[in-house]
Design a protein around this ligand. Structure first.
Ligand code: APR
Length: 230
């Protein structure tokens, strides 16, 4: 079901602009939606800002909220390479999803997961089908391969989502918390990676970035406006 739109801020100059990839049309619209409406369980319970672009038949969304409350097929965890749990998104997912997520992860991946890759586990009490545990890079100034590793982590998740027949996936801003990746740099890299993947693979149908703070939402919305062709 579509969200209830209480205020619609169209950006007419951006509607129906053609991307560099032939036959793909991108529309950009800004919505403010009332998400406490129980008919719209795909979103969490606060009034949220939402930014949407359509890429072919897929949709990319930015939303401010809590990733554990998203109704999507796959929820991405910002994990560490030991997959041993932590704070931030990792703590929130294991806390909301329950112990079966850690039990399944430890059983399937006793060796952990390298940086730039992702693995799938059950989603426990979460409404998703899977949790995808992605390991982003620790920021060390940007000259240690961090941008390539961050893009690789996002691509690994999207590839896994397609393989697991997940039509919708929710990402946190991987590496931007404990791992210290500057949010503005992470935003551009992460969004460009997602947009490129959608263009080439024409899937998943929905890619949602769930940004925890207003600042993170602002950084991602600015970055998205920059990568959408003028
Ligand atoms: N929903 C969405 N985003 C969240 C949530 C949440 N519930 N909680 C935190 N965030 C945001 C943070 O504000 C940050 O912008 O997710 C982003 C990623 O932060 P971290 O969870 O710290 O992830 P990361 O920087 O990739 O560090 C990974 O932290 O918890 C450990 O085990 C984890 O060692 C690993 C490291």
């Amino acid at each position: 079901m579509q969200p209830v739109i209480v205020r619609h801020k169209p950006q007419p100059e951006r509607n129906f602009q053609k991307t560099n990839v032939a036959a793909l049309f991108v529309t950009v619209e800004l919505y403010e939606i009332l998400t406490s409406d129980s008919r719209h369980p795909g979103y969490s319970s606060e009034r949220e800002r939402l930014m949407i672009i359509n890429i072919g038949h897929s949709r990319l969304e930015l939303v401010q909220g809590d990733i554990t409350r998203q109704s999507v097929d796959a929820i991405v965890n910002a994990a560490n390479s030991q997959l041993c749990g932590g704070s931030g998104v990792d703590g929130a997912i294991h806390s909301a999803g329950g112990p079966s997520i850690m039990a399944d992860t430890q059983k399937r991946y006793p060796e952990g997961c390298p940086t730039g890759k992702a693995v799938a586990s059950v989603a426990g009490n979460l409404s998703a089908k899977y949790v995808l545990h992605a390991v982003g890079p620790v920021w060390r100034g940007g000259r240690d391969g961090e941008p390539a590793m961050l893009a690789s982590a996002y691509r690994a998740c999207m590839k896994l989502a397609v393989e697991l027949q997940c039509s919708s996936i929710a990402f946190p801003a991987i590496s931007t918390g404990v791992y210290g990746y500057p949010i503005d740099l992470a935003a551009g890299n992460s969004l460009k990676t997602a947009v490129d993947f959608i263009k080439w693979h024409k899937a998943p149908s929905l890619v949602r970035f769930v940004l925890f703070s207003e600042g993170a939402f602002g950084a991602f919305s600015r970055a998205l406006e920059e990568i959408v062709p003028q």
